[in-house]
Design a protein around this ligand. Structure first.
Ligand SMILES: Cc1ncc(C[n+]2csc(CCOP(=O)(O)OP(=O)(O)O)c2C)c(N)n1
Length: 626
């Protein structure tokens, strides 16, 4: 049937049994594709019927459908003309893992980060009014995303604006892990209310069977139901915010979804429709372990195996060291914004449950909460992905740095991230973190250095960020050391003569490899591990500027404002003018592909770095001979 669905218009022609069959086919395609390509399987499986019903009732793309995060939108992609290309999901040049305006007219807003859909929807509602248009605007938001403060800023604003818009709360009681917080408990309470709704439905069905008078009684019951509903719901949270609340309804019952959506679609007021779904629906393993099946890495083999692999990485290593540090130091506490699994912190949470906090998808709150903790004498560690830490920029400056509080930020997924693509790249952190006075910014070349940085963090009397990728290359015995690190101290790993590469973090192995390749061209290239992006090792930089005719900076971070800029700023302050080549992520968004390919697109693999150095050296030679 999928082959006949070229656009949502084709869905509207289907009968209920056909819609149910379509859901099964869509689900099968998602399972088949994602277990091969990787991606957000459990969230997408939970939203299949909901998305079919939405497309059945609404008229997308005239009506606007905005997905929060967008990781649950695979069925939407499949049903909006992208089924044939779906096999390439998240691969280079293939369908993106998130809604993308550049990819399809059916994706009216680009997604990836959580809790922004209601704001975007309200923007569209206001645009609709100003432009005198008429169409529906729908935001589909998960209960996990509803732990993010932006949702409430938007609801507060939308409620008083009182223009029609529909917020669908897709409640599966899960964020990536079990959802947290008082509001999550409140939603669960509402779901339990469904018993009340279900009882009424059963009574109504029974009454309809009574000859002649039955239907009249039913109408009377409908009236009473409305009265009871209003009485019960009048003091509810969403109603107070200015939204009419409907639900909860079963998010896998297409008939019910269609009926309800038809009812609320033409409402003259803001409506919140609460839909109960099951994460991972239809895929046994994912239903049983929705957290582990939230996102899968590409694997043509067995998804279960990769889940074992999923938790191993720098985050897990850090959690192991940190829990030992916390055994000895009762001031250490760890927090995460809905990412205990991804950041590897579950082991810490198990060992020190009273000193571990999952705050929900609330990075801004988390940073300031850590500041509060530090101000009250604790040593908080924040475990966060680089791209999500962007949410806490002001809080870092205002709440952490100005008071110089000892908050350590474990910046995971620093650098290029692969299949998640442009919304998740961790390539801005070195730039924005190094702007902040007092912040120590460190990035380890391998796991051994990561451990040394973590140890150092315990002795720093101010904020420190340790930035690392999910996995680091093992550089082997030769580069291993247990010696305590000193803030701002770099290390010269290879001495050369013609050029030196100052490399940061995961670029150190690349620099070492590039130096080997350059040696084959009879270029003697030194390598310095610039493990502190702030403060710089000014003494070694000055020394290198005196010894080497060419200084190359190498980072998996935006060139704009990154480590290369820091080195140039320093050199220009001294009035020294050596030949400098800065290599890093260019000034454009890097789309989904493997990390290797993304590196190549940025000119950052070892062969390309070697070529760039050769190019610059020969250009220099030509200039001199002119
Ligand atoms: C700002 C931000 N922080 C963290 C994440 C990582 N993340 C992606 S999905 C998700 C959970 C979302 O839960 P929910 O909205 O309930 O959707 P579900 O997966 O349950 O369908 C999280 C924490 C993110 N995308 N954006």
């Amino acid at each position: 049937m999928l082959e006949t669905i070229l656009s949502p218009k084709d869905i509207k022609k289907l009968t209920l049994p056909e819609l149910i069959a379509l859901a099964e086919e869509t689900r099968a395609l998602i399972i088949e594709t994602v277990t091969r390509q990787g991606g957000h399987i459990a969230s997408s499986l939970g939203a299949v019927e909901l998305i079919i019903a939405i497309h059945y009732v609404l008229d997308v793309p005239i009506d606007k459908l905005i997905f929060d995060v967008g990781h649950q939108a695979y069925a939407h992609k499949i049903l909006t003309g992208r089924a044939a290309g779906f096999h390439d999901l998240r691969a280079e040049g293939g369908v993106s893992g998130f809604p993308k305006m550049a990819e399809s007219e059916y994706d009216c807003f680009t997604g990836g980060h959580a809790s922004n859909a209601i704001s975007a929807a309200l923007g569209m509602v206001r645009a609709r009014k100003m432009r005198g248009e008429k169409h529906a605007v729908v935001a589909l938001v998960g209960d996990g995303a509803m732990t993010g403060g932006m949702c409430y800023e938007a609801l507060n604003d939308a409620g008083q604006y009182a223009e029609p818009m529909l917020v669908i709360l897709n409640d599966n009681e899960m964020s990536i892990s079990k959802n947290v917080g008082a509001l999550s408990a409140y939603f669960t309470g509402l779901r339990k209310n469904a018993v009340y709704t279900g009882t009424k439905r059963a009574v109504k069905r029974g009454l309809n069977f009574i000859p002649l008078v039955g239907p009249f009684i039913v109408r009377g019951v409908d009236f009473i139901k409305r009265v009871i509903r209003n009485a019960l719901l009048r003091d509810q949270f969403f109603e107070k915010l200015g939204f009419d609340y409907y639900g909860p309804i079963d998010g896998h019952d297409i008939r019910r979804l269609i009926r309800t959506l038809k009812k609320v679609k033409d409402s003259e007021r803001p409506v919140l429709l609460h839909v109960a779904t099951q994460k991972g629906r239809g895929y046994q393993d994912a239903e049983a372990h929705p957290d582990q099946y939230h996102g899968l890495a590409p694997n043509p083999l067995d998804p279960r195996e990769q889940n074992v692999r999923r938790t191993a990485g720098n985050g897990e290593l850090i959690a192991g060291w940190l829990l030992e540090m916390a055994d000895r130091n009762p001031s250490i506490a760890v927090m995460t914004a809905a990412m205990p699994l991804g950041t590897g912190m579950t082991a810490f949470a198990r060992r020190h449950p009273r000193r571990f906090f999952d705050v929900g998808i609330a990075e801004e709150h988390m940073v300031t909460m850590a500041a509060g903790m530090a101000a009250a004498g604790m040593r908080p560690y924040i475990a966060v992905y680089s791209s999500f830490l962007q949410r806490g920029y002001d809080q870092l400056i205002h709440d952490v740095c100005i008071a110089n509080l000892p908050v350590t930020i474990l910046v995971d997924r620093g650098g290029l991230v692969g299949a998640d693509g442009s919304t998740h790249q961790g390539v801005y952190d070195l730039s924005y973190l190094r702007q902040m006075p007092g912040m120590v910014v460190a990035s380890p070349r391998d796991a051994n250095d990561l451990k040394r940085m973590l140890r150092l963090s315990a002795h720093i009397e101010g904020p420190m960020a340790i930035r690392y990728p999910r996995d680091s290359e093992d550089l082997g015995e030769r580069f291993r050391s247990e010696e305590p690190l000193k803030v701002g101290q770099w290390e010269e790993l290879a001495v050369g003569r013609d050029a030196v590469i100052l490399a940061v973090g995961q670029m150190v192995p690349v620099a070492l490899q590039a130096a080997v390749e350059l040696a084959a061209h009879r270029v003697e290239c030194g390598v310095i591990d610039a493990r502190f992006v702030k403060p710089l090792d000014e003494a070694l930089l000055k020394d290198a500027a005196g010894r080497y005719p060419l200084i190359v900076t190498l980072e998996e971070n935006a060139l704009a404002g990154g480590f290369g800029s820091a080195a140039l700023e320093c050199l220009s302050a001294w009035g020294a003018a050596p030949n400098v080549l800065t290599l890093g992520v260019p000034d454009r968004f890097i789309e989904h592909a493997t990390i290797e390919r993304q590196r190549e697109c940025c000119g950052l693999n070892a062969a390309q770095v070697a070529q760039a150095v050769l190019g610059r050296l020969s250009a220099e030679q030509e200039r001199k001979s002119d």
